[in-house]
Ligand binder design. Structure first.
Ligand SMILES: [Zn+2]
Length: 246
């Protein structure tokens, strides 16, 4: 995806353009100026995956004009330039969202492994280096139970029976369902608000009745989850944040 900022340009003298890298979110990004024969406008772009800032404009743009334009664009750049990804780990003292509540991990050194949830504290007993793995295993077990409980109530309403519920870690989908009635969920839904994971559960359950995304399918989803559009939107806008947990 390319984002762009532009400014109409007044003609100046031809100059050589070498710009120092620009610091955004504490990271240096090279600035490239490319002159275009017929251009009369300064444009600034970056791409989400690109690692540089590209300015295009007239051949005779003055360095000072480009610098002034860059300066003017700084606020815009800082607002819209993607933040570098900061991954989060399930380690001691970290608070993470879990099925609609915040849980804080308290590690206790121990030779044998165990986990105890006490209100919003998750006591994790194990060698320190095993914390991450143990918490992840616990999240997956709890989340499977959570989805099973939803289906205990919701599946009879649709008169369907999922044959198996499993968790995985797909990159691009939150849930799936096959013709044998096996429903898979991303374990990362445990980190989303409850309404959101509930919607995904309902979405997949409805596929046992309608193996498509027809109007009839969405009507069925709506009958069990009236505000489903809000939760779809949440996943589109904020779903990426669930993938920052490692
Ligand atoms: Zn679907």
């Amino acid at each position: 995806m390319v984002f762009c900022q532009k400014q109409k340009f007044e003609l100046g003298q031809k100059t050589l353009k070498n710009f120092p890298p620009l610091k955004i979110h504490n990271q240096d990004f090279p600035v490239i100026y490319k002159s275009l024969a017929k251009s009369r406008t300064l444009r600034l772009r970056y791409s989400r995956c690109g690692q540089q800032i590209l300015i295009t404009g007239p051949q005779f743009a003055l360095r000072s004009q480009i610098e002034a334009f860059l300066q003017k664009s700084m606020m815009w750049l800082c607002t819209y330039f993607p933040q570098p990804k900061t991954y989060k780990n399930f380690t001691h003292d970290i608070t993470f969202p879990f099925l609609g509540h915040d849980l804080t991990i308290q590690h206790h050194a121990a030779r044998s492994s165990g986990i105890l949830k006490e209100e919003n504290i998750l006591h994790v007993m194990c060698p320190l280096e095993d914390t991450q793995q143990l918490v992840l295993r616990w999240i997956k077990a709890q989340t499977t139970t959570y989805f099973r409980k939803i289906y205990e109530v919701q599946a009879p309403i649709l008169d369907v029976t999922p044959t198996h519920i499993r968790l995985s870690d797909p990159k691009t989908r939150w849930g799936s369902c096959n013709s044998k009635g096996v429903i898979s969920f991303s374990w990362r839904l445990a980190l989303a608000p409850r309404d959101v994971s509930f919607y995904v559960a309902i979405h997949e359950l409805c596929h046992l009745k309608e193996m498509n995304h027809s109007k009839a399918f969405w009507k069925l989803v709506e009958s069990l989850c009236p505000d489903y559009q809000l939760y779809r939107q949440w996943l589109k806008q904020k779903g990426f944040s669930l993938h920052l947990w490692r």
